[in-house]
Design a protein around this ligand. Structure first.
Ligand code: ZN
Length: 180
């Protein structure tokens, strides 16, 4: 069983106090757990992927444009990794596959499935934000593609407590995920 860690959207805009679309305190509270998981995957020489939302300024064609304020715009602070995860990335770029994504799911329109299969990955650990949006859509696609899923409860977060709790139940009862 080969395992990979997917750290979804842990950026300034989604986590920092002044982020454009922030999870706020619950998002900030998972920082050390995410970084701890990154270190342990690196030490075990396992696959680490950072799928990061990418938007362009004034993009009327993106389906999120009417739904959310502008966020994670190319080349802005908002798209920088949050806190000590950014330090981890700066020091361990060789150990991380940074992957731009354009939809909620890390698999939508990306080469992630191919990247994981080439490395014989069968189990994905999913962490990051938001539990009930990008983590959820990534988990649903992982399920449909046949991956085993592990969700670290103390390394996912949302601005919506009810959505967070609903998604945790959904991972376990509907996607067969292991909650750790
Ligand atoms: Zn977005």
């Amino acid at each position: 069983m080969t395992e990979a860690l997917l750290v979804v959207d842990y950026t300034h805009d989604f986590v920092a106090e002044d982020g454009a679309l922030t999870c706020g305190k619950p998002g900030q509270a998972i920082e050390s757990k995410i970084v701890e998981l990154c270190h342990s995957f690196k030490e075990a020489d396992r696959v680490i992927v950072f799928p990061v939302d990418l938007h362009f300024r004034e993009d009327p064609f993106h389906p999120e444009s009417p739904l959310f304020p502008p966020h994670n715009i190319e080349g802005t602070l908002g798209r920088k990794l949050y806190g000590s995860l950014d330090h981890f990335y700066q020091e361990n770029q060789d150990a991380v596959y940074w992957m731009d994504k354009r939809r909620y799911s890390s698999f939508a329109g990306t080469n992630l499935d191919q990247y994981l299969r080439e490395r014989h990955v069968t189990t994905v650990h999913i962490v990051g934000v938001c539990t009930d949006i990008c983590v959820l859509h990534t988990a649903v696609d992982a399920y449909n593609l046949g991956y085993q899923i592990i969700i670290h409860k103390d390394a996912v977060a949302s601005f919506d407590p009810q959505g967070h709790e609903w998604a945790l139940r959904h991972f376990e009862t509907t996607l067969g995920a292991i909650l750790k």
